[in-house]
Design a protein around this ligand. Structure first.
Ligand SMILES: Cc1cc2nc3c(=O)[nH]c(=O)nc-3n(C[C@H](O)[C@H](O)[C@H](O)COP(=O)(O)O)c2cc1C
Ligand SMILES: [Mn+2]
Length: 530
């Protein structure tokens, strides 16, 4: 049964023995983060890795507030959140949906119907305001005060308090489709925050769409791209525009709504690197196998999750950027200051006794390691749709998802590993992957010891490492320029003569099966193991 809301999910966590309620007073400034960090590191490397979810019930400076952390922070909880025994089972459901069976006969068409009906049954449903708990309390413009929320500061050198688990909702001005993305928000004051959508993310593109609409002149468009791209180029690019365009941009706002504390499938859908045209609300419906209930926001033309704990409504102005950061990030380093759009909050609605949901990112493993692993499993079938020769993928948490991807392939022709690298660098957010390692299908990519052995044995570095240039993650602090730099692919597959390798390639070591069987038969009597 799908979780209705965050509370339903918290109850399940409690019943499953996965929740630790904390009644001692804890400060949202750094203390909660330190506790969550220690919990994330519990049982490291064992099947119990991750520690429990945490419900802080006594928040310093915020009487009555409750804060949920680490809700996704273990393999077991990630599966519980998505109501599945195995993440691969979700991948299998996606495979079934994607199966390109072209119906030919009438009977085949009939067989397709349940599948289509299934997709239809996941579409979000809009409910009336009276049925939307997120509107139990409505705070109009005069009453908006973000400082009332128990928002965390997570690392000592952070620029301030950050909302770390927000579902940011925007609308594509062209298609009308809604996007939900998780982009952190730095609290500047009672009514404004930063909006850290990186330039390649969908909400940034929505903003650019609006800019394009205000400036039919193509050259201007190019300059305007810099505005949403962040960085110091932004201000000067505004100066190059003519007065009329500038006035138009200055007057234009993009509406934004933010949900905090939703059912786990909806929160998770906000981090899924879905194709831009696929609404996360549909993905959440697919994951929970029940439509997400939405409600019209109070002051903006957006639909928001009806059961959310908090909804922030407001806008970003197309000509406005402000310094964001630093922020202790999931790379284990601070991301330095940069310019990002500013979110102006015009209305807050929330449930009675709302539960605030947060996460902390930092040196892996953290909670997001488990979310990333779920994305890795669920996305494998989608990667295989474009690159069917991919057998398996591993994104080790220490590679912080954009730094390292290990891929095994069924190698079928010369240069195949390089084709895969290029395919990955061309595929959605996988474009950010700084290092792609390609191995043959008989290498278990989940076994990092095996991968290390293969890579270091199988490469002639000068020959097998490929460099390319392109967009890199905004969190990369080493690239030559912010957001632009080089990437590396390592071809650790067996080299073929068709690739110019003329030496013989040795076999890997394995014992004969009959010898193994003979040793198996006497193994216990040897009394070597306990
Ligand atoms: C805890 C957490 C925090 C994140 N913070 C950001 C962020 O500040 N900016 C950003 O662009 N992406 C951030 N991401 C990654 C995006 O949520 C992810 O790329 C998502 O797919 C974006 O959605 P979109 O494709 O609809 O733009 C974060 C992910 C997680 C799990
Ligand atoms: Mn999206």
């Amino acid at each position: 049964m799908a979780y209705n809301d965050l509370r339903d999910w918290i109850n399940t966590l409690h019943k499953a023995g996965e929740l630790r309620r904390i009644t001692q007073e804890v400060d949202p400034i750094l203390e909660m983060a330190e506790i969550a960090d220690r919990v994330a590191k519990l049982g490291r490397g064992t099947s119990k890795a991750g520690g429990p979810a945490l419900l802080f019930e006594n928040v310093k400076g915020h009487p009555g507030a409750r804060v949920l952390m680490n809700q996704f922070g273990s393999e077991r909880r990630m599966k519980l959140a998505l109501e599945t025994d195995s993440l691969d089972a979700i991948a299998d459901r996606i495979r079934l949906l994607l199966k390109p069976e072209m119906p030919t006969s009438f009977m085949d068409k009939l067989k397709m119907l349940p599948k289509l009906a299934e997709i239809g049954s996941f579409l979000p449903k809009v409910v009336a305001a009276k049925d939307a708990p997120c509107k139990e309390v409505i705070l109009g413009f005069e009453d908006v005060n973000l400082l009332d929320l128990p928002i965390l500061k997570t690392w000592p050198q952070d620029g301030g308090r950050f909302i770390t688990l927000p579902c940011v909702i925007t609308r594509d001005p062209k298609s009308g489709k809604r996007n939900v993305g998780m982009y952190r928000m730095q609290v500047y004051d009672e009514r404004t925050t930063g909006m850290h959508w990186q330039r390649q993310k969908v909400a940034a593109e929505h903003m650019r769409e609006r800019l394009r609409a205000t400036t039919p002149d193509r050259t201007a468009n190019v300059d305007l791209m810099a505005i949403t791209a962040g960085g110091t180029a932004a201000a000067s690019s505004l100066d190059t525009l003519n007065a009329t365009t500038l006035t138009k941009i200055r007057g234009d706002r993009m509406e934004v709504a933010v949900a905090i504390g939703t059912d786990p499938a909806t929160t998770f859908s906000a981090i899924v690197p879905a194709p831009p045209d696929v609404e996360e609300y549909l993905i959440a419906g697919f994951l929970r196998q029940k439509p997400v209930e939405l409600v019209k926001a109070e002051t903006v033309d957006l639909e928001v999750p009806a059961h959310a704990e908090y909804i922030l409504e407001g806008y970003v102005q197309l000509d406005e950027l402000r310094t964001e950061g630093p922020f202790g990030d999931h790379t284990g380093f601070y991301t330095m200051q940069d310019d990002y759009p500013v979110f102006h909050v015009t209305c807050i609605t929330h449930r009675k006794n709302p539960v605030y949901a947060a996460t902390i990112v930092g040196k892996p493993p953290m909670e997001d390691a488990w979310m990333g692993k779920a994305v890795e499993r669920i996305f494998l079938p989608l990667m295989q749709l474009t690159l069917p020769e991919i057998v398996d993928v591993n994104l080790p948490p220490e590679g912080v998802f954009h730094n390292l991807m290990i891929v095994s392939i069924k190698k079928s022709y010369a240069g195949h590993a390089r084709k895969i690298m290029n395919g990955i660098w061309a595929m959605g957010q996988a474009m950010f992957t700084k290092c792609v390692i390609v191995v043959d299908e008989d290498c278990d990519v989940q076994d990092l010891a095996e991968v290390t052995l293969r890579v270091t044995n199988n490469i002639d570095p000068e020959r097998d490492i490929q460099f390319t240039l392109g967009p890199v993650d905004s969190l990369d602090h080493a690239s030559r320029l912010p957001n632009y730099g080089s990437k590396m692919g390592i071809d650790a597959t067996r080299k073929w003569s068709a690739e110019g390798f003329t030496r013989p390639w040795p076999a890997m070591l394995t014992m004969d099966a009959d010898v193994k069987a003979r040793v198996d038969a006497i193994w216990r009597s040897l009394k070597i193991e306990g």
